[in-house]
Ligand binder design. Sequence first.
Ligand SMILES: [Zn+2]
Length: 465
Amino acid sequence: MKIGSTYIRRYVPILLLLILSFSAQAQYFGQNKVRYKKLDFKVLQTPHFEIYYYLKNENMLKRFSQDAETWYKMHQEVFRDTFLKKNPIILYNNHPDFQQTTALQGEIGIGTGGVTEALKNRVIMPVMELNSQTRHVLGHELVHAFQYHTLLEKDSISLENVGQTPLWMVEGMAEYLSIGKKDAFTSMWMRDAMLNRDIPSLKDLTNSNKYFPYRYGQAFWTYIGSQYGDTTIVPLFKNTAKYGYENAIRYTFGYDDKTLSGLWKNSIDAHYKPMLKADSSQIKITGTKIIDNKNAGNMNVAPALSPDGKYLAFMSEKDLFGIDLFLADAKTGRIIRKLTSQISNGHIDDFNFIESAGAWSPDSKQFAFSIFSHGKNQMMIINVANGTTVSQTAMEQVQQFGNLTWSPNGKDIAFSGMVEGQSDIFSYNLDTKVITQITNDVFSDYAPSYSPDGKKIVFSSDRAA
Ligand SMILES: [Zn+2]
């Protein structure tokens, strides 16, 4: 079961995959992937892991290995399972490097956060832009490592059976056990489902790709964990792998999946009803919806308004061939033209759209954004009037960057970037082509923005104030 449906590829911010590599796919080195550099991996041994790394950042590596051991202890309590062999983790310094991994065949897109392989139980992941994201992806992938180990090695369940376990159960559990019960993001999805009277049954979740398995799955396990205790999780999961989820629910709870779906729905209703006094038909949306699936694509993200207020640049999957950059009238939403695309511009392998919108020049004539090209992020600046490329620049040692912001005098572009797994703020001078590192610390520094006089930069950070 390689999870590759277009639904998931297209609509998911951070995808944390698990891959059942059957023998045909289980080659160590994919042959058809372009590699731009040779990485010199070393091995760090911890009590339960073998971490392959080339990161030259001892602090971060230490924290990563401690996090791995902490997750191990937490997951071990739920799974009641112990690894007899050390579990391999391959750690990349950044997402562009991870996308070139030869440990897996097939393309890894911008939206894939990490991967866990069956049988080898190997976790492959990059250091993420935020320390909290790295910790989450690691915890999530290690749930998959335990899932595989428990089913395949301890209970001798076949790989085919494991592959038939519904995605909402597998991914939802990985989210539940790495995030917990309280999650603003999942709550948002559930409130929306309730407002629109579209809370799915377990059968709907299994049969329709309309319901994003990560969020609904996390909500399902939150309900199970709260109502029946976390000790129910693994038996239900094992029985599902053996007998299918309908039978597993009957064995575990004594009633059928329809009844459990009803109970789950009631609990969502009971939880959110006091907060939501109306249904969607009664809610007035303030503001005007200018871009939606009628004039653009199903997924429209990363909007950036031009300083003169006339234009809106945004990413959309309007043309079905992937993500493109579009220009629209900011008042009406009328699409003026496609600014650039992966297909027509051979230099762009992918847009760095997940966490990052582009930036307008102060005179509203140029637009700068981060792309993935030739194995790293590069800054592309285009002329908005005719769509021509003004420049395309790699940022030396800053191989992953995003969240661009243009200085008010038009001479500098600041961004958040990663060097050796550390997120800091940098700026690039368009005249001198010099890159300046503005922050340099272990905290995740992120999303910079200039003050109107250009003298200060405000940014997000996980440091204590
Ligand atoms: Zn996953």
